[in-house]
Design a protein around this ligand. Structure first.
Ligand SMILES: Cc1cc2nc3c(=O)[nH]c(=O)nc-3n(C[C@H](O)[C@H](O)[C@H](O)COP(=O)(O)OP(=O)(O)OC[C@H]3O[C@@H](n4cnc5c(N)ncnc54)[C@H](O)[C@@H]3O)c2cc1C
Length: 381
């Protein structure tokens, strides 16, 4: 073998998070020889730190919602092939106040695509029947949506990487940093590759590759705080993933609801700390029956890595308002970060030079949108 051998691939992917994995899959499915580089020995970025919510119902109405539904199909295909846990749990948005109910009712009434897929308002009694954790006291009603999948990110991300290797022969190189891309040459800590197409899915790293693209992109980093319980006793199951009223101020799906203004005004008045720290509360499960709880949102160029216990207490207080868990003891706390476009764009897709595409900025919906997005990106390249 020649010293300084240059390896070859049709497509090279930088980053082993969900965005990189999704693009590697889309390229492999169309027959490309794919190499994927992940600098860590396994991916430890945003993609293993999240709730595992494949959350179609929260996405912007229109293209993003359709993209989420396409991603959901791909998650289910991978689950069928690999045995990956992807529970078709659905979701319940719980309304404990009239202004929350008003937003949900308006959303369902004005959004035919979600109604077509079975999203509907249900009574409090029905919500309690579907979700054993739902707190009945003061519950006025709920929005049931059947389209949400619950995956377990810490298992899912390594499983998808293995699936790419075993099913499609993708050359997945962990512990390999891409130092430079100058198409068609990809320079890594393990040597040089030549690739017809390079997809840069580097998540929070804005400095190593194409720093100018990131400087001009409008991306900032969003820091979130997360908590997890231990395994719930007696095989107890969460069922549908849950959220409460603050979530209606977070997701783009509800942006156009006129009833949101009144809810926003009340929340500002009653929960200024929550609004200041971007707190809205979601509850999902892991494959082995733990519960994942979060989160908060802080936006800046750089964040400290520390979790603020006042924020955790506020998250748990909110959760207690709409859910009761068999065992509330917290066994893990962590922070996560994702790049965020704060102007309503659902992704950043830029071609900094011929043959190279930077894909980033999927924000808080990378697990939900990446598979569909990758098919769209690859369809035009
Ligand atoms: C706490 C939290 C909760 C969330 N909850 C949800 C949820 O429930 N549902 C949902 O849809 N989304 C959720 N999200 C958002 C979702 O996790 C992100 O959108 C998604 O993980 C981003 O994926 P990524 O591949 O861009 O980034 P990452 O997962 O961070 O991956 C980027 C990878 O690129 C690698 N890399 C960078 N530069 C190089 C280089 N030069 N060479 C080699 N490797 C490199 C890094 O090591 C890293 O592993 C959440 C995010 C967080 C933080």
């Amino acid at each position: 073998m020649a010293i300084n051998q240059v390896h070859r691939a049709d497509t090279a992917v930088v980053g082993g998070g969900i965005v990189g994995l999704a693009h590697a899959l889309a390229a492999a499915r169309r027959g490309d020889r794919v190499v994927l580089f992940e600098r860590d020995t396994y991916a430890v970025g945003a993609s293993i730190r999240n709730f595992g919510m494949i959350w179609a119902v929260g996405q912007q109405r229109g293209a993003a919602y359709r993209r989420a539904l396409r991603s959901r199909e791909i998650w289910q295909e991978i689950s069928a092939k690999t045995g990956l846990w992807a529970a078709p749990a659905g979701s319940l948005h719980l309304a404990h106040r009239p202004d929350e109910l008003a937003v949900l009712e308006e959303f369902v009434a004005t959004t035919e695509p979600v109604r077509e897929r079975g999203t509907a308002m249900i009574t409090a009694a029905e919500a309690v029947r579907r979700g054993p954790a739902v707190r009945e006291e003061g519950l006025l009603g709920a929005m049931w949506s059947p389209t949400e999948l619950n995956v377990d990110p810490r298992r899912a991300i390594p499983t998808i990487a293995r699936y790419l290797v075993e099913e499609y022969g993708v050359d997945v190189r962990f512990g390999t940093t891409v130092r430079d891309v100058s198409a068609p040459v990809v320079s890594t800590t393990a040597g040089e590759w030549r690739a017809d197409r390079v997809l840069v899915c580097s998540g929070n790293d804005f400095a190593t590759l194409y720093p100018q693209v990131f400087a001009e992109s409008g991306l900032v980093r969003c820091k979130l705080q997360m908590l997890r319980t231990g395994v719930q006793p007696g095989g107890w199951q969460l069922g549908p993933m849950l959220c409460g009223g603050l979530t209606l101020l977070h997701y783009a799906a509800f942006e156009d609801c006129t009833a949101r203004a009144a809810l926003d005004a009340r929340m500002r008045e009653e929960l200024p700390f929550h609004r200041e720290h971007g707190i809205h509360v979601l509850l999902s499960a892991t494959a082995d029956g733990r519960l994942t709880i979060g989160d908060s949102h802080a936006y800046a160029a750089t964040h400290d890595p520390f979790a603020d216990e006042r924020i955790n207490a506020a998250i748990l207080g909110c959760l207690d308002g709409f859910a009761h868990l068999p065992d509330t003891r917290i066994t893990e706390r962590w922070t996560g970060c994702y790049p965020s476009l704060r102007d309503g764009r659902t992704e950043l897709v830029v071609d900094p030079e011929p043959g190279v595409t930077v894909v980033n900025g999927v924000g808080g919906a990378g697990m939900t949108l990446s598979f569909g997005l990758a098919e769209e990106v690859l369809a035009t390249r």
